[in-house]
Design a protein around this ligand. Structure first.
Ligand SMILES: O=C(O)C[C@H]1C=CC(=O)O1
Length: 96
């Protein structure tokens, strides 16, 4: 199942730079592992925002929820999810 997800990160103004850097480093390790595993199919920065558009390929809504909740930056994110399905005009065989 494919999901389009918008993540907007709002770190507290009083979070120390060291804590913020640690969380971002942990997030990067996990994000890159999930991309290598094929679960995090796209990751794009939204220009001008501390936010991203992502596409996840997971087995269920529950899997998506569990994945998002384990992200180190999850407590500081506003997340919007949209389920995707195949467009009849798509030429991409892996759109499913
Ligand atoms: O920077 C972000 O958009 C937040 C988050 C998503 C992946 C990652 O490494 O950090």
């Amino acid at each position: 199942m494919l999901f389009h997800v918008k993540m907007t990160v709002n770190l507290p103004l009083d979070m120390s730079p060291e804590r913020a850097a640690g969380l971002k480093a942990e997030e990067k390790v996990l994000a890159q592992r999930l991309q290598q595993e094929g679960k995090w199919r796209h990751l794009w920065r939204i220009a001008g925002h501390y936010a991203n558009y992502s596409v996840f390929d997971v087995d269920s809504v529950q899997d998506l929820h569990d994945l998002l909740m384990q992200l180190p930056l999850f407590p500081y994110m506003a997340i919007e999810v949209n389920a995707l399905c195949r467009h009849p005009s798509s030429i991409h065989e892996d759109d499913r």
